[in-house]
Write a protein that binds this ligand. Structure first.
Ligand SMILES: [Zn+2]
Ligand SMILES: [Zn+2]
Length: 407
Protein backbone atom coordinates (compact mmCIF):
# COMPACT_ATOMS: atom_id res chain seq x y z
CA UNK A 1 0.00 0.00 0.00
CA UNK A 2 2.80 2.41 0.97
CA UNK A 3 4.52 1.56 -2.34
CA UNK A 4 1.40 2.45 -4.35
CA UNK A 5 0.99 5.76 -2.52
CA UNK A 6 4.70 6.52 -3.16
CA UNK A 7 4.42 5.66 -6.88
CA UNK A 8 1.26 7.77 -7.36
CA UNK A 9 2.84 10.70 -5.47
CA UNK A 10 6.00 10.37 -7.57
CA UNK A 11 4.07 10.34 -10.88
CA UNK A 12 1.82 13.28 -9.98
CA UNK A 13 4.70 15.17 -8.35
CA UNK A 14 6.80 14.95 -11.53
CA UNK A 15 3.89 16.14 -13.67
CA UNK A 16 3.45 19.15 -11.36
CA UNK A 17 7.23 19.70 -11.54
CA UNK A 18 7.32 19.91 -15.36
CA UNK A 19 4.26 22.23 -15.27
CA UNK A 20 6.19 24.52 -12.89
CA UNK A 21 9.14 24.38 -15.32
CA UNK A 22 6.79 25.34 -18.18
CA UNK A 23 5.50 28.38 -16.27
CA UNK A 24 8.95 29.62 -15.24
CA UNK A 25 10.15 29.21 -18.84
CA UNK A 26 7.16 31.36 -19.83
CA UNK A 27 8.00 34.00 -17.19
CA UNK A 28 11.62 34.01 -18.41
CA UNK A 29 10.40 34.49 -21.98
CA UNK A 30 8.57 37.67 -20.95
CA UNK A 31 11.57 39.03 -19.07
CA UNK A 32 14.49 38.10 -21.34
CA UNK A 33 14.43 39.77 -24.73
CA UNK A 34 16.44 37.01 -26.44
CA UNK A 35 13.79 34.45 -25.52
CA UNK A 36 10.85 36.81 -26.05
CA UNK A 37 11.82 37.09 -29.73
CA UNK A 38 10.71 33.46 -30.07
CA UNK A 39 7.81 33.54 -27.59
CA UNK A 40 6.42 36.65 -29.29
CA UNK A 41 5.38 34.41 -32.20
CA UNK A 42 2.83 32.83 -29.86
CA UNK A 43 1.43 36.26 -29.04
CA UNK A 44 1.22 37.22 -32.72
CA UNK A 45 -0.87 34.19 -33.68
CA UNK A 46 -4.38 35.07 -32.49
CA UNK A 47 -6.92 37.84 -32.82
CA UNK A 48 -9.04 38.59 -29.77
CA UNK A 49 -11.46 35.76 -30.63
CA UNK A 50 -8.59 33.21 -30.62
CA UNK A 51 -8.74 32.81 -34.40
CA UNK A 52 -5.27 32.50 -36.00
CA UNK A 53 -4.42 35.59 -38.03
CA UNK A 54 -2.58 33.49 -40.62
CA UNK A 55 -1.71 29.83 -41.09
CA UNK A 56 1.94 30.67 -41.72
CA UNK A 57 2.33 32.55 -38.40
CA UNK A 58 0.30 29.83 -36.63
CA UNK A 59 2.66 27.09 -37.78
CA UNK A 60 5.83 29.11 -37.18
CA UNK A 61 4.67 29.93 -33.64
CA UNK A 62 4.67 26.23 -32.78
CA UNK A 63 8.17 25.64 -34.08
CA UNK A 64 9.56 28.78 -32.36
CA UNK A 65 7.66 28.59 -29.07
CA UNK A 66 5.75 25.39 -28.28
CA UNK A 67 8.41 22.90 -29.45
CA UNK A 68 11.29 24.49 -27.45
CA UNK A 69 8.98 24.84 -24.43
CA UNK A 70 8.18 21.09 -24.49
CA UNK A 71 11.91 20.25 -24.93
CA UNK A 72 12.79 22.36 -21.86
CA UNK A 73 10.09 20.53 -19.89
CA UNK A 74 11.50 17.16 -21.03
CA UNK A 75 15.04 18.21 -20.09
CA UNK A 76 14.09 19.35 -16.60
CA UNK A 77 11.77 16.33 -16.25
CA UNK A 78 14.86 14.11 -16.64
CA UNK A 79 16.86 15.71 -13.81
CA UNK A 80 14.80 14.19 -10.93
CA UNK A 81 15.04 10.78 -12.64
CA UNK A 82 18.85 10.99 -12.62
CA UNK A 83 18.89 12.12 -8.97
CA UNK A 84 16.58 9.30 -7.81
CA UNK A 85 18.49 6.73 -9.90
CA UNK A 86 21.86 7.87 -8.52
CA UNK A 87 20.53 7.50 -4.94
CA UNK A 88 19.13 4.08 -5.89
CA UNK A 89 15.61 5.03 -4.75
CA UNK A 90 13.05 2.24 -5.29
CA UNK A 91 10.73 2.72 -8.29
CA UNK A 92 12.91 5.55 -9.61
CA UNK A 93 11.73 4.83 -13.14
CA UNK A 94 8.23 6.12 -12.28
CA UNK A 95 9.84 9.57 -12.07
CA UNK A 96 9.96 9.44 -15.87
CA UNK A 97 6.25 10.36 -15.82
CA UNK A 98 7.22 14.04 -16.15
CA UNK A 99 9.35 13.31 -19.23
CA UNK A 100 6.62 11.24 -20.92
CA UNK A 101 3.92 13.77 -20.01
CA UNK A 102 6.03 16.53 -21.62
CA UNK A 103 6.65 14.41 -24.71
CA UNK A 104 2.88 14.50 -25.48
CA UNK A 105 3.14 18.30 -25.62
CA UNK A 106 6.14 17.99 -27.91
CA UNK A 107 4.21 15.72 -30.28
CA UNK A 108 1.17 18.06 -30.20
CA UNK A 109 3.39 21.06 -31.01
CA UNK A 110 5.12 19.18 -33.89
CA UNK A 111 1.75 18.11 -35.34
CA UNK A 112 0.38 21.66 -35.15
CA UNK A 113 3.59 23.10 -36.54
CA UNK A 114 3.38 20.62 -39.44
CA UNK A 115 -0.15 21.82 -40.20
CA UNK A 116 -1.93 18.50 -39.56
CA UNK A 117 -5.68 19.26 -39.72
CA UNK A 118 -7.75 19.47 -36.50
CA UNK A 119 -4.69 18.96 -34.29
CA UNK A 120 -5.42 22.24 -32.46
CA UNK A 121 -8.88 20.95 -31.44
CA UNK A 122 -7.36 17.86 -29.78
CA UNK A 123 -4.05 19.15 -28.45
CA UNK A 124 -4.51 22.85 -27.68
CA UNK A 125 -7.55 23.36 -25.47
CA UNK A 126 -6.82 26.86 -24.16
CA UNK A 127 -6.86 28.60 -27.57
CA UNK A 128 -10.20 27.48 -29.04
CA UNK A 129 -12.16 30.32 -30.69
CA UNK A 130 -15.79 31.13 -29.82
CA UNK A 131 -17.92 32.41 -26.96
CA UNK A 132 -16.73 31.62 -23.45
CA UNK A 133 -19.09 29.19 -21.74
CA UNK A 134 -17.32 29.40 -18.38
CA UNK A 135 -15.51 31.90 -16.16
CA UNK A 136 -11.74 31.95 -15.54
CA UNK A 137 -11.07 28.77 -13.57
CA UNK A 138 -9.36 28.73 -10.21
CA UNK A 139 -6.94 25.83 -10.57
CA UNK A 140 -6.90 24.34 -14.08
CA UNK A 141 -6.26 26.90 -16.80
CA UNK A 142 -9.15 27.31 -19.22
CA UNK A 143 -9.78 29.57 -22.22
CA UNK A 144 -11.03 32.70 -20.35
CA UNK A 145 -8.12 32.42 -17.91
CA UNK A 146 -5.50 32.20 -20.65
CA UNK A 147 -7.26 34.81 -22.85
CA UNK A 148 -6.27 37.38 -20.23
CA UNK A 149 -2.58 36.57 -20.77
CA UNK A 150 -2.96 37.43 -24.47
CA UNK A 151 -5.32 40.40 -24.28
CA UNK A 152 -5.43 41.80 -20.73
CA UNK A 153 -1.83 41.81 -19.50
CA UNK A 154 1.05 39.74 -20.94
CA UNK A 155 2.99 40.30 -17.69
CA UNK A 156 0.48 38.20 -15.72
CA UNK A 157 -1.53 34.96 -16.04
CA UNK A 158 1.62 32.98 -16.95
CA UNK A 159 0.37 29.53 -15.91
CA UNK A 160 -0.28 27.09 -18.74
CA UNK A 161 -2.12 24.17 -17.14
CA UNK A 162 -2.07 24.53 -13.33
CA UNK A 163 -2.58 27.95 -11.74
CA UNK A 164 -0.06 27.15 -9.00
CA UNK A 165 2.78 29.45 -10.14
CA UNK A 166 0.41 32.39 -10.76
CA UNK A 167 -1.05 31.96 -7.27
CA UNK A 168 2.38 31.89 -5.63
CA UNK A 169 3.68 34.83 -7.70
CA UNK A 170 0.50 36.90 -7.29
CA UNK A 171 0.03 37.05 -11.07
CA UNK A 172 -3.36 35.28 -11.13
CA UNK A 173 -5.08 38.68 -11.39
CA UNK A 174 -3.73 41.85 -12.97
CA UNK A 175 -5.11 45.21 -11.83
CA UNK A 176 -2.94 47.23 -14.21
CA UNK A 177 -5.09 49.52 -16.34
CA UNK A 178 -8.35 48.10 -14.98
CA UNK A 179 -11.08 50.53 -13.96
CA UNK A 180 -12.00 49.68 -10.38
CA UNK A 181 -14.98 51.23 -8.58
CA UNK A 182 -15.26 51.17 -4.80
CA UNK A 183 -18.47 51.91 -2.85
CA UNK A 184 -18.19 53.18 0.70
CA UNK A 185 -15.20 55.05 -0.68
CA UNK A 186 -15.18 57.82 1.91
CA UNK A 187 -14.93 55.32 4.79
CA UNK A 188 -11.59 54.38 6.36
CA UNK A 189 -11.26 51.06 4.51
CA UNK A 190 -12.59 52.49 1.23
CA UNK A 191 -9.86 55.15 1.24
CA UNK A 192 -7.13 52.57 1.95
CA UNK A 193 -8.40 50.21 -0.77
CA UNK A 194 -8.35 53.09 -3.29
CA UNK A 195 -4.75 53.91 -2.33
CA UNK A 196 -3.54 50.31 -2.77
CA UNK A 197 -5.43 49.98 -6.06
CA UNK A 198 -3.76 53.16 -7.33
CA UNK A 199 -0.35 51.76 -6.35
CA UNK A 200 -1.25 48.66 -8.40
CA UNK A 201 -1.80 50.87 -11.49
CA UNK A 202 -5.59 50.54 -11.49
CA UNK A 203 -7.79 53.44 -12.63
CA UNK A 204 -9.84 54.20 -9.56
CA UNK A 205 -13.40 55.46 -9.25
CA UNK A 206 -14.93 56.31 -5.87
CA UNK A 207 -18.65 55.75 -5.22
CA UNK A 208 -19.70 57.80 -2.22
CA UNK A 209 -22.99 58.75 -0.60
CA UNK A 210 -21.34 61.85 0.89
CA UNK A 211 -21.61 64.94 -1.28
CA UNK A 212 -17.84 65.50 -1.39
CA UNK A 213 -15.10 64.63 -3.88
CA UNK A 214 -12.43 62.31 -2.55
CA UNK A 215 -8.74 63.21 -2.52
CA UNK A 216 -6.17 60.64 -1.41
CA UNK A 217 -3.15 61.55 0.66
CA UNK A 218 -0.43 59.52 -1.09
CA UNK A 219 2.44 60.21 1.34
CA UNK A 220 3.54 63.58 0.09
CA UNK A 221 1.11 64.40 -2.71
CA UNK A 222 -2.65 64.68 -3.06
CA UNK A 223 -4.43 62.50 -5.60
CA UNK A 224 -7.91 63.66 -6.62
CA UNK A 225 -10.17 60.68 -7.40
CA UNK A 226 -13.11 60.60 -9.82
CA UNK A 227 -16.01 60.56 -7.33
CA UNK A 228 -19.56 59.53 -8.18
CA UNK A 229 -22.21 60.58 -5.69
CA UNK A 230 -25.02 58.05 -5.33
CA UNK A 231 -27.66 57.10 -2.80
CA UNK A 232 -29.16 53.85 -1.58
CA UNK A 233 -32.35 53.02 -3.49
CA UNK A 234 -31.15 54.76 -6.68
CA UNK A 235 -28.61 52.17 -7.75
CA UNK A 236 -30.18 51.91 -11.24
CA UNK A 237 -28.96 55.47 -11.97
CA UNK A 238 -25.40 54.08 -11.95
CA UNK A 239 -25.85 51.67 -14.88
CA UNK A 240 -23.94 53.81 -17.40
CA UNK A 241 -21.04 54.15 -14.98
CA UNK A 242 -21.04 50.42 -14.18
CA UNK A 243 -20.67 49.66 -17.91
CA UNK A 244 -17.22 51.29 -17.72
CA UNK A 245 -16.16 49.51 -14.51
CA UNK A 246 -14.01 46.33 -14.71
CA UNK A 247 -14.00 45.49 -11.02
CA UNK A 248 -16.71 46.69 -8.66
CA UNK A 249 -15.87 46.52 -4.94
CA UNK A 250 -19.09 46.73 -2.89
CA UNK A 251 -17.85 47.96 0.44
CA UNK A 252 -20.52 50.29 1.83
CA UNK A 253 -22.47 49.49 4.96
CA UNK A 254 -23.85 50.80 8.22
CA UNK A 255 -23.64 49.61 11.79
CA UNK A 256 -26.53 50.65 14.06
CA UNK A 257 -24.83 48.92 17.00
CA UNK A 258 -27.25 48.33 19.89
CA UNK A 259 -30.41 49.79 18.34
CA UNK A 260 -33.35 47.48 17.54
CA UNK A 261 -36.39 49.50 16.50
CA UNK A 262 -38.13 48.75 13.21
CA UNK A 263 -36.58 51.82 11.53
CA UNK A 264 -33.09 50.53 12.26
CA UNK A 265 -34.01 47.02 11.12
CA UNK A 266 -35.22 48.45 7.81
CA UNK A 267 -32.18 50.68 7.41
CA UNK A 268 -29.69 47.91 8.20
CA UNK A 269 -31.22 45.51 5.65
CA UNK A 270 -31.73 48.23 3.05
CA UNK A 271 -28.12 49.46 3.15
CA UNK A 272 -26.17 46.33 4.07
CA UNK A 273 -28.21 43.70 2.22
CA UNK A 274 -30.55 44.93 -0.51
CA UNK A 275 -28.55 47.89 -1.82
CA UNK A 276 -25.46 45.67 -2.18
CA UNK A 277 -27.52 42.97 -3.93
CA UNK A 278 -29.08 45.49 -6.31
CA UNK A 279 -25.64 46.84 -7.25
CA UNK A 280 -24.32 43.31 -7.80
CA UNK A 281 -27.30 42.42 -10.06
CA UNK A 282 -26.95 45.68 -11.97
CA UNK A 283 -23.27 44.97 -12.51
CA UNK A 284 -24.11 41.45 -13.78
CA UNK A 285 -26.27 43.08 -16.47
CA UNK A 286 -23.19 44.85 -17.87
CA UNK A 287 -21.46 41.54 -18.70
CA UNK A 288 -21.98 40.72 -22.36
CA UNK A 289 -18.74 40.04 -24.25
CA UNK A 290 -15.93 37.51 -23.89
CA UNK A 291 -13.78 40.29 -22.45
CA UNK A 292 -16.42 41.08 -19.82
CA UNK A 293 -16.63 37.40 -18.80
CA UNK A 294 -12.85 37.12 -18.53
CA UNK A 295 -12.03 40.46 -16.91
CA UNK A 296 -15.03 41.84 -15.02
CA UNK A 297 -15.34 40.99 -11.33
CA UNK A 298 -17.38 41.98 -8.31
CA UNK A 299 -15.97 41.86 -4.79
CA UNK A 300 -18.36 42.11 -1.86
CA UNK A 301 -17.42 42.99 1.70
CA UNK A 302 -19.73 40.69 3.66
CA UNK A 303 -17.47 40.70 6.77
CA UNK A 304 -16.66 37.94 9.23
CA UNK A 305 -20.04 38.72 10.82
CA UNK A 306 -21.21 36.03 8.35
CA UNK A 307 -19.95 33.43 10.80
CA UNK A 308 -19.02 35.25 14.01
CA UNK A 309 -20.73 37.63 16.43
CA UNK A 310 -19.95 41.29 15.80
CA UNK A 311 -21.64 42.37 19.05
CA UNK A 312 -24.10 44.30 16.92
CA UNK A 313 -27.08 42.02 16.13
CA UNK A 314 -28.58 44.01 13.25
CA UNK A 315 -25.17 44.35 11.59
CA UNK A 316 -24.74 40.56 11.85
CA UNK A 317 -28.24 39.75 10.60
CA UNK A 318 -28.05 42.05 7.58
CA UNK A 319 -24.48 41.06 6.66
CA UNK A 320 -25.32 37.35 7.01
CA UNK A 321 -28.34 37.82 4.75
CA UNK A 322 -26.05 39.55 2.22
CA UNK A 323 -23.45 36.78 2.50
CA UNK A 324 -26.10 34.08 2.00
CA UNK A 325 -27.60 35.83 -1.03
CA UNK A 326 -24.14 36.25 -2.58
CA UNK A 327 -23.49 32.52 -2.07
CA UNK A 328 -26.82 31.77 -3.80
CA UNK A 329 -26.38 34.19 -6.71
CA UNK A 330 -22.77 33.36 -7.45
CA UNK A 331 -23.87 29.87 -8.46
CA UNK A 332 -25.02 31.52 -11.72
CA UNK A 333 -22.89 34.66 -11.74
CA UNK A 334 -21.72 35.77 -15.22
CA UNK A 335 -18.40 37.00 -13.76
CA UNK A 336 -16.04 36.20 -10.90
CA UNK A 337 -17.55 37.10 -7.50
CA UNK A 338 -15.22 37.41 -4.53
CA UNK A 339 -16.26 37.70 -0.91
CA UNK A 340 -14.25 39.83 1.51
CA UNK A 341 -14.43 38.29 4.99
CA UNK A 342 -12.87 40.94 7.19
CA UNK A 343 -12.28 41.03 10.91
CA UNK A 344 -12.49 44.20 13.03
CA UNK A 345 -10.17 46.99 11.86
CA UNK A 346 -9.57 50.44 13.31
CA UNK A 347 -11.83 53.10 11.78
CA UNK A 348 -13.92 56.11 12.72
CA UNK A 349 -16.83 53.71 13.36
CA UNK A 350 -14.70 51.22 15.30
CA UNK A 351 -11.85 53.03 17.13
CA UNK A 352 -10.95 49.91 19.14
CA UNK A 353 -10.45 47.69 16.02
CA UNK A 354 -7.23 45.71 16.24
CA UNK A 355 -6.06 45.59 12.59
CA UNK A 356 -5.11 48.73 10.66
CA UNK A 357 -7.29 49.51 7.63
CA UNK A 358 -4.15 49.98 5.52
CA UNK A 359 -2.93 46.47 6.36
CA UNK A 360 -6.40 45.01 5.68
CA UNK A 361 -6.53 46.75 2.27
CA UNK A 362 -3.05 45.42 1.39
CA UNK A 363 -4.08 41.87 2.33
CA UNK A 364 -7.29 42.12 0.27
CA UNK A 365 -5.38 43.10 -2.88
CA UNK A 366 -2.59 40.58 -2.25
CA UNK A 367 -5.09 37.73 -1.89
CA UNK A 368 -7.13 38.87 -4.91
CA UNK A 369 -3.94 38.74 -7.00
CA UNK A 370 -3.57 35.13 -5.87
CA UNK A 371 -7.14 34.61 -7.16
CA UNK A 372 -8.66 33.80 -3.75
CA UNK A 373 -12.43 33.83 -4.25
CA UNK A 374 -13.08 34.10 -0.49
CA UNK A 375 -10.60 36.62 0.90
CA UNK A 376 -10.30 36.23 4.66
CA UNK A 377 -8.42 38.93 6.57
CA UNK A 378 -8.67 38.55 10.31
CA UNK A 379 -6.62 37.79 13.38
CA UNK A 380 -9.10 35.11 14.49
CA UNK A 381 -7.71 31.75 13.25
CA UNK A 382 -11.10 30.02 13.74
CA UNK A 383 -12.55 31.98 10.78
CA UNK A 384 -10.03 30.36 8.41
CA UNK A 385 -11.48 26.99 9.41
CA UNK A 386 -15.20 27.60 9.77
CA UNK A 387 -15.85 30.07 6.95
CA UNK A 388 -14.69 27.78 4.09
CA UNK A 389 -16.71 24.90 5.59
CA UNK A 390 -19.81 27.08 5.94
CA UNK A 391 -19.41 28.42 2.41
CA UNK A 392 -18.87 24.98 0.88
CA UNK A 393 -21.84 23.28 2.55
CA UNK A 394 -24.18 26.23 2.10
CA UNK A 395 -23.28 26.51 -1.57
CA UNK A 396 -23.87 22.76 -1.96
CA UNK A 397 -27.23 23.03 -0.16
CA UNK A 398 -28.32 25.91 -2.41
CA UNK A 399 -27.17 23.98 -5.49
CA UNK A 400 -29.25 20.94 -4.52
CA UNK A 401 -32.46 22.76 -3.55
CA UNK A 402 -32.59 25.52 -6.16
CA UNK A 403 -32.33 25.57 -9.93
CA UNK A 404 -31.38 28.12 -12.54
CA UNK A 405 -34.41 29.74 -14.12
CA UNK A 406 -33.37 31.50 -17.30
CA UNK A 407 -36.49 33.68 -17.07
ZN1 LIG B 1 -1.53 31.41 -25.50
ZN1 LIG C 1 3.28 34.80 -23.04
Amino acid sequence: MTDIVFIITLCLGLIVWVEIVRDFYHILAHNWQALYRFHNWHHRVFNSNFNPVSQEIYRKAHWYNDVPEALVMMFFGTIPVIILWSFNVDYWWFAESGFFYSSFFLLGAIFRGSGLPNMDKITDLTHHPGQFSSLPAQWFINRPYHWRHHFDNQKAYYSGTLALVDKVMGTALSLKGKTVGVTGASGTLGIEILKILHLNQAKIVAFSSKNKSITLDMNGYDLPVKTLIWEVGKEHELINELLKIDILIINHGINVNSKRSIEFIKESYEVNTFSSCRLMELFFQTIKTNRDKACKEVWINTSEAEVMPAFSPLYELSKRALGNLVTLRRLDAPCIVRKLILGPFKSKLNPIGIMSANWVAKQIIKNAKKDCRNIIVTINPVIFLIFPLKEFFQSLYFKIFTYKNSN
